[in-house]
Design a protein around this ligand. Structure first.
Ligand code: NAD
Length: 455
C-alpha cells in the first residue's frame, strides 16, 4: 500500500506555503486538467465502455460535457468567488468595516461512486481545486478501467503534493480515512456515508455527503402525458437506471395510469433500449445484477423483465399494480426497473410521501398550480423538477445535494466553491474611541443603556 500519510504531509506543506491561494495558479491547473481530459477523450470513452458498456454519446452528455462546463465556470468566476465581500457594519460596532474572506480549507478527501465515475470524482475535485485546496481523489474500485485511467492522467501530470488519485478499495480508503483531512466529500450509499461520517467525527472533519434514496415521480391527470412519459422514460433508463437522481418509482393518478403505461411502452420501443444497444448500459456487477433481479416480481411485469447474466443485462422493465409493501418499494432500486403505483387522492399521496425518508430528488408532472404548490411546500427533498426529470442537475446555477437521509451539503458552481471554502468573518475597527458601556465595572445606568441599544 502507498504511504498515504507521506503524501498527506506533502499536500499540507504545499497548502501551507500559500501556493494554492494564488488564483492564477489555480486557473492554470484547472486548464491543464481540461486539456488533459480533452486530449484523452477517446481513451476515456474506451475505459468507461469496458467498465459497464456506457457509450461515447452518454459519456459526453452526462459526464465530460458537465465537467468541461464546470471547469469553464470556475475559470470565469474564480476572481469573483475568491474576492473578500464587503458587508454592512451594525451600529454597535461603528466606526468599522466588515468583510467576509473566502479561504480554502486545506487538504481535502473526495470519495466517488462508480455510476458516473468521471463526473462524481472530478466535479468535487474541480470545485476543491478552484477554491484553493489540495486534494486526494478516491474513485470507485467497481469501475477499474476508469479508475486506472484517472490515476494515470492525474498522477502522471500533476504533483502529488497538489492532487493525487488513490488506487484501491475498502482497505486503502479505511487507511486514508485515519488522516486528519480538512474536509471529506463523499458520494455513495447512505450505509457507507455513515461509516465515513463516523470516521470524520474522530478528527472533527466537516463532511459533505452526497447520498441516494427513492426518488418519486408523481403524474396527475392534468399533466401533458406524452411529454411526461418521454421525460420519465429517459430519466429512468439513462445509464440503465443507475443514476442517483433517476425516478425510482411512479405514482400515477388512477384515471390516467393505463394511458401513461401505454406511452411508457411506446417510448421504450422508440428509444431502442435493448441488449448491446449504444444507448443502454450494462449493470455494473453480478452483485447488483442479482439484487435488481430479485426486485422483479414476474407477476407484476407489464413490460420487459428479460435478463442475461453473462452480459449483466436487465431489459427496461415496467411493473404494474405495485403496492407499498412490495420488496421493490423497500430499497433504492438503482437499476432499470420502474414500479408504477396508482393513487386517487393527490393530497393524501403527498402526505404519505412527506412521512418517508427525504429523497435526493422528486418530480411532479402537472399543469395545476395548486398541485405544484402542495408538492413544493409539503415535501422536503434534495432537488427536482416540475414537468421534467433529472435535468435540474445540468443547471450550474442550482446547488446539487440531498437533505436528511439523502445527504448533507451541496456542490456545483458557486455552491461547490462554498463547500470547499471557509467564510472568515472580519470586523475591521477604524477608530479607538468607543463608549465605556461594555466594560466593567457594570452599574444600573449601563444596564439600562445596554437594554436600550441591544433590544
Ligand atoms: P458505495 O457507498 O458502495 O461506495 C461509494 C464509495 O465509497 C466507493 O468509492 C467505495 O470504494 C467507497 N467505500 C466503500 N466502502 C467504504 C468504507 N468502508 N469506507 C469508506 N469508503 C468506502 O456506493 P456505490 O455503490 O458506489 O454507489 C451507489 C450509491 O451512491 C447509491 O445509493 C446512489 O444513490 C448513491 N449516489 C449518490 C449520488 C449523489 O450525487 N448524491 C451520486 C451517485 C450515486
Amino acid at each position: 500500500m502507498e504511504d498515504y500519510s507521506k503524501i498527506f504531509t506533502l499536500q499540507k506543506k504545499l497548502f501551507n506555503s500559500g501556493h494554492t491561494k494564488n488564483t492564477t495558479c489555480r486557473k492554470d491547473y484547472l486548464l491543464r486538467l481540461k486539456n488533459l481530459l480533452e486530449h484523452n477523450e477517446e481513451r476515456l470513452y474506451e475505459a468507461i465502455y469496458k467498465d459497464f458498456g456506457k457509450s461515447p454519446f452518454d459519456t459526453f452528455n452526462t459526464e465530460l460535457s458537465i465537467i468541461y462546463k464546470e471547469i469553464d465556470y470556475y475559470l470565469k468566476n474564480i476572481g469573483r468567488l475568491s474576492k473578500p465581500k464587503k458587508v454592512k457594519t451594525n451600529l454597535l460596532n461603528q466606526p468599522a468595516s466588515s468583510y467576509i474572506y473566502t479561504e480554502p480549507l486545506g487538504c481535502v478527501l473526495i470519495i466517488g461512486a462508480w455510476n458516473y465515475p468521471y463526473q462524481l470524482s472530478l466535479m468535487p475535485a474541480i470545485a476543491a481545486l478552484a477554491a484553493g485546496n489540495t486534494c486526494f481523489i478516491k474513485p470507485s474500485e467497481q469501475t477499474p478501467n476508469t479508475l486506472n485511467l484517472l490515476k494515470e492522467i492525474i498522477n502522471n501530470n500533476f504533483p502529488k503534493a497538489y492532487v493525487y488519485v488513490i488506487d484501491g478499495g475498502v482497505e486503502e480508503i479505511s487507511e486514508v480515512l485515519k488522516l486528519p483531512f480538512d474536509k471529506i466529500f463523499f458520494t455513495g450509499s447512505p450505509k457507507i456515508g455513515r461509516v465515513v461520517y463516523e470516521a470524520a467525527a474522530k478528527n472533527l472533519i466537516p463532511v459533505t455527503l452526497e447520498l441516494g434514496g427513492k426518488s418519486p415521480v408523481i403524474v396527475t391527470k392534468s399533466a401533458n402525458l406524452e411529454s411526461a412519459a418521454r421525460r420519465i422514460i429517459w430519466g429512468k433508463f439513462l445509464n440503465a437506471g443507475q443514476t442517483c437522481i433517476a425516478p425510482d418509482y411512479v405514482l400515477a393518478e388512477k384515471s390516467i395510469k393505463q394511458h401513461l403505461i401505454r406511452l411508457f411502452k411506446q417510448n421504450l420501443i422508440e428509444f431502442g433500449y435493448k441488449e448491446g444497444a449504444d444507448c443502454y448500459t450494462r449493470i455494473i456487477n453480478k452483485r447488483n445484477f442479482d439484487r435488481i433481479k430479485t426486485l422483479i416480481n414476474p407477476d407484476k411485469v407489464c413490460y420487459g423483465g428479460e435478463t442475461n447474466e453473462k452480459h449483466l443485462y436487465i431489459s427496461p422493465t415496467l411493473l404494474d399494480n405495485v403496492t407499498w409493501q412490495d420488496p421493490v418499494m423497500q430499497e433504492e432500486i438503482f437499476g432499470p426497473v420502474l414500479p408504477i403505483i396508482s393513487f386517487s387522492d393527490y393530497s393524501e399521496e403527498i402526505n404519505k410521501l412527506s412521512r418517508l425518508e427525504k429523497p435526493l430528488a422528486a418530480y411532479l408532472f402537472t399543469k395545476d398550480e395548486s398541485e405544484k404548490d402542495l408538492f413544493l411546500n409539503k415535501l422536503s427533498f434534495g432537488g427536482g423538477c416540475i414537468n421534467d426529470t433529472v435535468m435540474h442537475i445540468s443547471n450550474e446555477n442550482l446547488p446539487f445535494g440531498g437533505v436528511g437521509n439523502s445527504g448533507i451539503g451541496s456542490y456545483h458552481g458557486d455552491a461547490g466553491f462554498a463547500t470547499f471554502s471557509h467564510a472568515k468573518s472580519i470586523l475591521d475597527k477604524k477608530g479607538i474611541i468607543e463608549p465605556d458601556l461594555k466594560y466593567p465595572p457594570y452599574n444600573e445606568d449601563k444596564f439600562r443603556w445596554l437594554k436600550l441599544i441591544l433590544k
